[in-house]
Design a protein around this ligand. Structure first.
Ligand SMILES: Cc1cc2nc3c(=O)[nH]c(=O)nc-3n(C[C@H](O)[C@H](O)[C@H](O)COP(=O)(O)OP(=O)(O)OC[C@H]3O[C@@H](n4cnc5c(N)ncnc54)[C@H](O)[C@@H]3O)c2cc1C
Ligand code: FES
Ligand code: FES
Length: 1323
């Protein structure tokens, strides 16, 4: 077979690929073939944006060069013929010149771990290439497809605001960095704060000069304009054919009826990667003129099937501008759906035909097309037909009525007429870039000059295996007046017609059913309003919408965010002192240019192999047999590794050895590692791993939920208890007693860089070198040595940096490192594995779900006198760190409140889930969340404002004053109060909450509160600093350089940190518990002091000399110029037997006030405002500390309002990637966000009077949860529901909607528990 050359350009360089592999993505090609590792892999499913690059091509149908951002992880290499690709390396570098887009994100402190940064840089770059002066709205839209887990997004948006039309200053309501009004604003809002300094100086930014950008290669231009011919790329298993005419395409489809057409590959790519589907022949019709047609017809606009969603949006927007409003009702509905359709990278490549033909039941466009009765033109060789998209078009799940040899040519989207109204709605867990729970199109046409329905068509997605029409309901509404009776009839009918089995796939059954009615109600109100206005013009009067209902008709808008950051500047005269200065993360610029090296960016060794895990598909079972014959037949496979290959011990675990490296004969969770395949490429290893067949004998019981564990008494020992005061007496003395419960869901760490290990056997004496993305180099070293059966001195673990950790790489990273090390030892070659996102989410566990039961005794004024709490955590199948996590939850069970009589008991539940582990906050947030639940119950029972009840029990009564007194709370309260108390809005409610936090700093395992440092001074005066902490984006290395700089009295530029390694500082504690700056900072300080003492004689001899002079003199005088430092936190230790002792060195305090608005009909909410005051002592670096506060807050926001891990009743995790598991996105940040670092609060217990900051701010996001609860309370009052009610975390749209009980929810009662098997369970 003839193979064509694939010709394309990367960063201006021509590439001619003779062996283009159809199964290879652009991302793999960039990283592995070209060594361009700046572009990152975060998910491989188009959901995180870490792989964003810009593609430019000459578009023959538009006759111009187009530039667009794409996800390199989904872009097939073969789709890039005659394209120019620009990666982050192509626009600027530290070595040559930075691009302003790179510079600004770094200097604005918008890069922490940096793993998301190249993708964000490229999204912004692509935007600016198309629009050098975008609006803030354009910027927000450009980032819909990018995620960041560290920064909380605010600094990225602020930094990039400087490119916008409204500019960075007052035009853009800047109010903060670089804004001339900052001081004025500050005085107005917070007169108590000292003079404000900027976190960065915008005036230093390089200007953007669009004329300097790399041009589209002239050679490509001429190549693209030449007549094209069919192209064929044959790979190992797949043939890719790119026809260039419709005839060729139809001929090919006749020859290969089962061939897949691929345009954007955003669906097929997912099927091949994650659903194990395989298509041997692919036809690429992206360039065929007839499939790119855009043409006005008599009845509407005809759009070719290969037209991308971005182009479709442009076309419809232009039509809406040009045509009379009544003609474009359907166009507006399509545009509304496109607003929330994926991210821009996907919309830029995904085709309208791809969406239709995928026939997904949750397609966003199909319900609109169906409700609008769109006409589809389909063709096969010699035949063309036009069909209507009606109820028969999708005969089954992901099926259409097209014959195999047919293709979709185009769709005609119709104009509407006077008297016709159309709406589309999409409800999803997260507003931006999320798939729908329920989505719909609704179309009604009225008889002339009346409100009588002539025709009506309603279509839903998400309610069946296919997009469906509500035909029965629509028939019942014909010839009826559009009024309350029609509404009632429609709702009752929809409740019957849009029914779902209580076990329906996707779950959320009650919510989905309620949504069908609630969304119809929105449509009803919309139409009622428009119709009344239109009829009035014709002299006919019909009832308009009641004013208090109008907010239900408003479309959700993403407002442009504004923010303020306040911190106490270093006093004048201390400006040489870098401690306290907001200096930029030392790697930020490298991260922004893609030059920063992460574990998987390390160049491949020549003889290196790749590893893929083989994991259990059963939660509790005996392994009967493992058949690897098919796997070993996959090309490039070298070995299958399992328990029998372990030279040392198969038993492992960070605290107790209760886990296996490889499951021996029994598996105890889905995702339990059974074996691993080692092969020449990752693709081969993964393909082979999927081909390994394991047969099981299933065991009982399968314990998945906390309730299962309680029923089976499945607990790890010991049961912990903390007690203070006389609880029995406290209850006796109380005016009232209440009982309550709360469940808090788990959370995936979702570090953007998944777990990665490269193990290199050194070939002698059992030595092994490991490059690992881990927070715990020493634990990795120890457990690898144990598995290999060698002593720790033969294993070196090196950590350069991590792309985020958040606790997820504290202990669970070792389950991969041990496997990779055993594999490398077995095959005697370097072995690498970076887990795919789905594998990482499956095998590593996350934050513990908690269930709390409480009994509270309180007085009439809400003062809590006695409390009894029982906490249960879902630990999964091994102990891991769960006992310490439970202990911390118990230590924080009273949050910031002074409860005189208190008893907490905690159980660690042993279940058949992957072991849960550390996650920022380490049990503290769960403990405090339950505290706020009983506080809320007490306030609701007493009928008192929550803030008053808080204040009555606060430990430090002044704590909340920062905002309560400072005006933030009361001014917000007055507007919010006005909003719901005057009952202006029935279907939207605002809520407000103020929440304090008190977080204990220290590891509760006392021995971990130690750290070491090694400071080497070279004879040229440069300093190499090493300490036990790892850099995961939090800026630890930056702070440690600042500490060394201040102690030694030399500039930061003379100090360097290369990595964390076990052969420089031994026995290090994990970088965790927020304590790393405290511990390592003191160790560094001590080492530097030793060096200073040794240098002192030379300073004395030469007082006018400089650092280099003293170092040189000392060197020639044979002075030892390296020093160790060590530090241990004094006087720590808690005794659970006697309930006495000091678990923490000190506490970090904070308080937040938040305001939200909920949509009572859909359960969506908007974060309107948050103000935070955080106590970080004397900040070592305010920019980094504010970054931690904002990033932590946003992770908490995810935990408490958004992120939901969904498990089947038999322990299967459904949510294995950003497609189904939603972390906060750009659009989730509060519209107004104020962060202040508490002034004048030095902390004598930590380095340079600072305080820890990593974990404490996370819990402040509970203010958003309780603001939502406040808003729900207002909504429930409309239905005469008062008093306490249970609201579990996270407060998802489903929970919010279900809690806002009303006449619509009553129509969809939930099935009785126990009468059905649910699709998902609350674990
Ligand atoms: C991160 C992400 C987010 C997403 N978000 C959304 C969302 O919000 N809403 C939503 O509805 N979908 C969403 N999707 C799904 C997907 O993007 C859309 O369905 C998209 O429109 C598919 O277009 P494509 O060109 O990429 O399809 P491809 O993957 O190229 O093809 C999809 C299917 O259509 C067939 N096909 C394509 N063209 C033709 C033709 N002319 N004739 C016959 N068959 C054809 C292909 O053979 C294939 O079966 C998302 C996907 C991803 C990866
Ligand atoms: S790696 Fe491509 S979008 Fe996540
Ligand atoms: S900086 Fe964005 S993910 Fe870490």
């Amino acid at each position: 077979m003839t193979r064509d050359d694939l010709v394309f350009f990367v960063n201006g360089k021509k590439i001619t690929e003779k062996n283009a592999e159809p199964e290879k993505t652009l991302l793999t090609y960039l990283r592995r073939n070209l060594g361009l590792t700046g572009t990152k892999l975060g998910c491989a499913e188009g959901g995180c944006g870490a792989c964003t690059v810009m593609v430019s091509k000459y578009h023959p149908h538009q006759n111009r060069i187009i530039h667009y951002a794409v996800n390199a992880c989904l872009a097939p290499l073969c789709s890039l013929h005659h394209c120019a690709v620009t990666t982050v390396e192509g626009i600027g570098s530290m070595a040559s010149k930075l691009h302003p887009v790179q510079e600004r994100i770094a200097k604005a402190h918008g890069s922490q771990c940096g793993f998301c940064t190249p993708g964000i840089v490229m999204s912004m770059y692509a935007l600016l290439r198309n629009n050098p002066q975008p609006s803030m709205h354009d910027v927000q839209e450009a980032f819909q497809g990018n995620l960041c887990r560290c920064t909380g997004y605010r600094p990225i948006l602020e930094g990039y605001r400087s490119f916008t039309k409204d500019g960075g200053c007052c035009g853009g309501k800047a109010q903060s960095n670089g804004c001339c009004m900052t001081n004025e604003h500050t005085q107005e809002h917070d007169s108590s704060t000292l003079p404000v300094q900027k976190l960065y100086d915008q005036s230093e930014f390089m200007p953007l000069d669009p004329t300097q950008e790399i041009i589209f290669p002239p050679e490509l231009m001429s190549l693209s304009k030449q007549p094209q011919r069919e192209l064929r790329f044959a790979g190992e298993r797949v043939l890719w054919i790119q026809p260039c005419s419709l005839e060729e395409l139809l001929e090919l489809k006749a020859t290969y009826p089962n061939a897949k057409l691929v345009v954007g590959n955003t669906e097929v790519g997912i099927e091949m990667k994650f659903k194990n589907l395989f298509y041997p022949v692919i036809l690429a019709p992206a360039y065929i003129p007839e499939l790119n047609i855009i043409q006005n017809t008599q009845d509407g606009i005809q759009v070719g099937a290969s037209v991308t969603l971005t182009v479709l949006g442009d076309v419809l927007r232009a039509a809406v501008k040009k045509l009379p409003a009544h003609q474009t009702e359907v166009f507006k509905a399509v545009l509304e759906q496109l607003r929330w359709f994926a991210g821009q990278q996907i919309r830029n490549v995904a085709a309208v035909g791809g969406n239709i033909m995928t026939a997904s039941p949750i397609s966003d466009l199909n319900p609109v097309f169906m409700a609008a009765s769109c006409k589809l033109t389909v063709m096969s060789k010699g035949e063309k037909r036009v069909i209507e998209m009606d109820g028969k078009f999708f005969p089954g799940y992901r099926k259409t009525i097209l014959k195999p040899e047919e293709i979709l040519l185009s769709i005609e989207i119709p104009y509407t007429r006077k008297g016709q109204y159309f709406s589309a709605f999409k409800q999803s867990p997260r507003k931006e870039d999320d798939i729908a729970i329920v989505t719909c199109g609704m179309n009604v046409f009225f008889k002339e000059q009346s409100n009588i329905v002539q025709s009506i068509r309603i279509s839903y997605g998400g309610m069946a295996p296919v997009t469906v029409l509500a035909t029965a309901t629509c028939n019942r509404l014909l010839n009826r007046q559009w009024n309350e009776e029609l509404l009632e009839e429609a709702c009752t009918s929809l409740a019957e017609e849009m029914n779902l089995s209580p076990s329906a796939p996707g779950g959320m059954v009650t919510y989905r059913r309620t949504l069908t009615i609630s969304l119809f109600y929105k449509f009803f109100l919309n139409v009622q309003h428009k119709l009344s206005l239109d009829l009035l013009k014709e002299g006919v009067t019909v009832e308009d919408v009641r004013p208090e209902y109008t907010s239900a008709t408003e479309l959700f808008q993403l407002d442009s965010p504004s923010s303020v950051q306040l911190y106490q500047a270093v006093p004048p005269g201390y400006s040489d002192d870098v401690v306290g200065q907001p200096i930029m993360h030392l790697s930020a610029l490298k991260q922004a240019t893609g030059e920063a090296i992460y574990c998987d960016d390390i160049p491949c060794y020549e003889n290196e192999l790749h590893l893929a895990l083989v994991t259990s598909t059963k939660a509790h079972a005996l392994i009967k047999s493992i058949d690897t014959s098919d796997a070993m037949a996959v090309p490039g496979v070298v070995a299958f590794i399992s328990a029998k290959d372990i030279p040392g011990s198969n038993m492992t675990g960070p605290v107790v050895y209760d886990e296996t490296v490889f499951a021996d004969d029994k598996v105890t969770c889905v995702g339990h590692i059974v074996g691993a395949i080692v092969a020449d490429t990752q693709a081969h290893a993964q393909r082979a791993a999927k081909a390994v067949k394991i047969s099981y004998e299933e065991l009982q019981p399968v314990i998945v939920t906390i309730q299962d564990a309680i029923a089976n008494k499945s607990f790890f020992q010991p049961v912990r208890s903390i007690e203070r005061g006389d609880v029995a007496q406290g209850f006796k003395d109380s005016d009232h007693i209440l009982h309550g419960e709360m469940h808090i869901g788990g959370q995936e760490q979702f570090y953007l860089e998944t777990n990665c290990t490269l193990a290199v056997p050194r070939g002698e004496d059992g030595e092994m070198e490991l490059f690992v993305s881990t927070q715990s180099a020493s634990k990795t070293q120890a457990l690898v040595a144990k598995a290999l059966g060698v002593s720790a001195n033969r294993v070196v673990c090196r950590v350069k940096r991590m792309g985020g950790g958040f606790g997820g790489k504290e202990s669970r990273s070792t389950i991969l490192s041990t496997v990779v090390a055993v594999a490398a030892h077995t095959v005697k070659r370097p072995v690498r594995c970076m887990l795919d996102r789905d594998e990482d989410m499956l095998v590593t566990g996350g934050r513990h779900p908690f269930f709390g039961h409480y009994k509270v005794g309180y007085m009439n004024n809400g003062r809590v006198m006695a409390l009894e709490v029982t906490l249960y955590s879902n630990a999964g199948n091994s102990l891991d760190l769960s006992l310490s996590i439970l202990e911390r939850a118990l230590f924080h069970m009273d949050n910031s409140y002074n409860i005189p009589n208190i008893r907490g008991t905690g159980y660690v539940c042993k279940t058949n889930l992957p072991s849960n582990s550390a996650f920022r906050g380490f049990g503290g947030p769960q403990g405090m969340m339950i505290a706020e639940s009983w506080m809320s119950d007490v306030a609701l029972s007493c009928g008192l404002p929550a803030e008053e009840v808080h204040t009555n029990s606060l430990l430090l009564p002044g704590e909340e004053d920062e905002h309560v007194q400072g005006g933030g709370f009361h001014s917000l309260q007055s507007t919010s109060g006005q909003f719901h108390h005057r009952s202006q809005h029935r279907w939207t409610k605002r809520g407000l909450s103020i929440i304090p936090t008190k977080f204990g700093i220290s590891f509760t395992a006392v021995f971990l509160n130690q750290a070491g440092a090694l400071v080497l001074v070279y004879s040229d005066g440069s300093v190499l600093l090493t300490h036990g902490g790892t850099e995961m984006g939090q800026g630890l290395h930056t702070k440690m350089v600042q500490v060394a700089s201040k102690t030694l009295g030399i500039p930061c530029s003379k100090i360097h940190i290369t990595e964390t390694s076990t052969n420089t500082v031994p026995n290090t504690s994990p970088t965790a518990a927020s304590a790393s700056s405290d511990l390592n900072g003191m160790a560094i300080y001590n080492a530097c002091q030793t060096l200073l003492q040794r240098l002192q004689p030379y300073k004395d001899k030469n007082p006018k000399g400089c650092w280099e002079d003293w170092v040189k003199a000392a060197y020639f005088d044979r002075v030892h110029l390296s020093a160790n430092g060590f530090y241990k936190t004094p006087d720590l230790g808690y005794d659970f037997e006697t309930n006495s002792g000091r678990p923490f060195n000190y506490f970090s305090y904070g308080v937040a006030v938040s305001e939200v608005e909920i949509d009572c009909l859909t359960g969506s909410h908007k974060n309107l405002h948050t103000s935070i005051v955080m106590d970080v002592g004397k900040s070592l670096n305010p920019a980094l500390d504010i970054g931690q506060v904002e990033g932590g807050f946003m992770q908490g926001l995810g935990l408490f309002t958004l992120e939901e891990l969904r498990y089947s009743p038999d322990g299967y995790l459904y949510t294995r990637g950003p497609g189904m598991y939603k972390i906060p996105a750009f659009g989730d940040i509060p519209i107004e966000l104020k962060v202040s670092l508490l002034r004048d609060a030095p902390n004598e217990k930590a380095i340079f009077s600072s305080k820890a900051v990593g974990e404490p701010p996370l819990f402040l996001a509970a203010s958003v949860f309780y603001a939502i609860k406040d808003a729900i309370t207002a909504a429930r009052a409309e239905s005469n529901l008062t008093g306490p009610f249970r609201l579990d975390s996270p407060a998802t749209p489903e929970r919010i909607r279900n809690a806002c009980e009303d006449k619509f929810t009553k129509l969809c009662p939930p099935a009785d528990p126990g009468t059905f098997i649910p699709w998902a369970v609350q674990v």
